[in-house]
Design a protein around this ligand. Structure first.
Ligand SMILES: CC(C)(COP(=O)(O)OP(=O)(O)OC[C@H]1O[C@@H](n2cnc3c(N)ncnc32)[C@H](O)[C@@H]1OP(=O)(O)O)[C@@H](O)C(=O)NCCC(=O)NCCS
Length: 148
């Protein structure tokens, strides 16, 4: 676990290339879209919000989420920590910040979904407090749920 301070920051003209250069390990690539694609998709989904994960002054990851339904539920759509920066507690720190922010915005629950497979994020999400709902999205991803 690193002592480096983790923050969530808006992606800017100065950081967008570095954020798009972040990538997962090869065997993790089918679990999350490239950040450039996520940022492109966000421009066609006006309710989506995305931020970079910084460790100190270094961009190390990316997350994207959107409100869902009546405004009490939000959905973590994309989340990744760059392969060079994994297993240092940055993923946990980033989601802990996101939970606090969503809570203060009035959200009561956060959903996410994951692709089933070896080296997938399911066990990570369980450690962060998500629980399986038993449901799947139309694309086959399994849904998880967290009370904020
Ligand atoms: C999943 C991911 C975000 C985790 O980020 P990370 O910064 O490496 O995670 P952390 O270091 O904060 O780990 C927190 C805890 O989860 C555990 N953990 C992390 N990844 C794990 C995995 N794939 N399987 C099981 N446990 C995992 C860590 O060992 C740690 O456990 P501990 O608290 O008992 O020590 C990162 O591996 C990743 O980007 N994966 C590829 C993309 C992906 O799957 N995204 C999610 C789907 S949208």
């Amino acid at each position: 676990m690193s002592d480096t301070i983790v923050t969530l920051r808006d992606v800017t003209a100065d950081t967008v290339v570095a954020v798009c250069d972040l990538e997962t390990n090869e065997d993790q690539k089918h679990f999350v879209a490239p950040n450039a694609l996520s940022i492109a998709q966000a421009h066609f989904s006006p309710i989506a919000r995305f931020q970079a994960v910084f460790a100190g002054e270094t961009p190390v990851g990316f997350l994207m989420w959107r409100p869902q339904d009546d405004g009490s539920v939000c959905y973590l759509w994309r989340f990744m920590i760059d392969r060079h920066h994994q297993n240092r507690g940055y993923g946990r720190a980033a989601l802990t910040l996101l939970f606090a922010s969503a809570r203060s915005d009035g959200f009561k629950r956060m959903l996410t979904s994951y692709v089933v497979g070896d080296a997938g994020p399911h066990a990570f999400y369980i450690k962060l407090g998500f629980r399986d709902t038993g449901e799947s999205r139309p694309n086959g991803e399994r849904l998880m749920d967290l009370a904020l």
